[in-house]
Design a protein around this ligand. Structure first.
Ligand code: KG4
Ligand code: ZN
Length: 345
């Protein structure tokens, strides 16, 4: 019998809800069928936090409370399924903001208890990591994963569901943070990544010499804190001239971040001998990163997979999917323990 999984994401500033169907595995099938996304809905709090220049945790929690049930109703209506058809409720257990996580966990466990169905807490990063499986061109295991979000930057070797080995990670800021902090220095608001990337399209990537931290470190770790300082120094040096050179500085910043991400990913391919890359997390939406990585991988006959653009940033679909793939793989049992816990870190 196929399984309907409701997924709830509330780790930061987006409330996401989705319904995924796990198809029956045909007898004798070589591979597990990829779960299908039936419907998903998202509410972004960006407008609310913008005035404060960043996420205000208390406001985030309150808004998740307001949004999560209406979004759930919407998703069920869009999928044409009654609430009673849900077989498992999945939620983001962490990492994220504690209060925000508690909203999703509390609602998921309340629904689970009311429906008398099991619940499953999911790791947010595993959601990002597996999200390309919902794309039209899903990857196959094994692959190198470049996970680039607002809070994390990691290279991983992925051999299957739950079989993840970290090859390298940031020793300070995440790639998304580097985008956001640089954007803030340029007065581009929050979250600055997409805005900086848009502005960069009108600029010259070679206009400013910015550092490529740890590019030649000989390992697969990243460091982006120094880059932010270099951008600040350039901005201060420009003074009144900054306004006229903003696009150039944005382009040079983006180029520095992307070059490090691409070269380290290629080094991870060399180190593992794998011929497939999956890019996931918010920064995976970045156009320059996609262009540069695609070009480099095409040359090496390496396949690159991305999530659908609208599933790059936080969403409920990736949480329902990760739960679905865990259950399919027999990696984890959903349980009827409704005394939920969250893991902010
Ligand atoms: O994965 P995500 O939605 O949330 C976390 O789990 O952190 O990633 C958000 C991050 C932010 O830092 C945002 O600025 C960045 O992804 N981001 C981008 C782009 N779209 C989102 N950075 C660069 N270019 C983009 N197009
Ligand atoms: Zn995320």
């Amino acid at each position: 019998m196929s399984l309907l999984i409701l997924g709830i994401e509330s780790s930061c500033d987006e409330t996401g809800v989705a319904l995924v169907r796990v198809p029956d595995t045909a007898p004798g099938a070589a591979a597990l069928p990829v779960p299908q996304l039936l419907a998903h809905a998202l509410h972004s709090q960006i407008d609310m936090h913008q005035a404060y220049g960043g996420v205000v945790p208390e406001l985030a929690s309150r808004d998740h409370i307001r949004r999560v049930l209406p979004l759930t109703t919407q998703v069920l209506a869009d999928a044409g399924e009654p609430l009673s058809a849900v077989d498992v409720v999945a939620y983001t257990r962490g990492p994220g903001l504690a209060g925000a996580l508690l909203v999703g966990a509390g609602v998921a466990c309340a629904l689970g208890a009311a429906l008398d169905v099991p619940v499953l807490g999911v790791h947010h990063l595993e959601g990002h990591l597996l999200s390309p499986f919902l794309s039209a061109d899903p990857p196959e295991f094994p692959f190198v994963a470049l996970l680039v979000s607002g809070g994390h930057t990691q290279l991983m070797r992925v051999d299957g569901v739950g079989r993840y080995a970290i090859l390298g990670e940031t020793i300070d800021d995440a790639a998304g943070e580097a985008f956001d902090k640089s954007a803030k220095l340029l007065g581009l608001g929050y979250p600055g990544g997409p805005a900086l990337s848009r502005l960069a399209e009108q600029g010259d990537v070679a206009a400013f010499k910015l550092p490529r931290p740890l590019l030649h470190s000989g390992n697969l770790d990243f460091s982006f804190a120094g880059l932010k300082t270099a951008v600040l120094t350039q901005a201060q040096r420009l003074g009144d001239a900054l306004e006229a050179r903003k696009a150039d500085l944005a382009a040079s910043t983006e180029a520095a971040i992307v070059e490090v991400l691409v070269k380290k990913t290629l080094a991870a391919l060399d180190a593992t001998g794998l011929r497939r890359v999956v890019v996931a997390g918010g920064v995976g939406a970045n156009r320059r990163l996609r262009e540069q990585l695609n070009a480099a991988c095409q040359q090496r006959r390496v396949r690159v997979h991305y999530p659908e653009l609208h599933l790059c940033t936080d969403n409920g679909a990736m949480i329902a999917l990760a739960a679905a793939m865990r259950l399919q793989a027999g990696q984890q049992q959903a349980g009827r323990d409704y005394a939920f816990d969250v893991k902010p870190r």
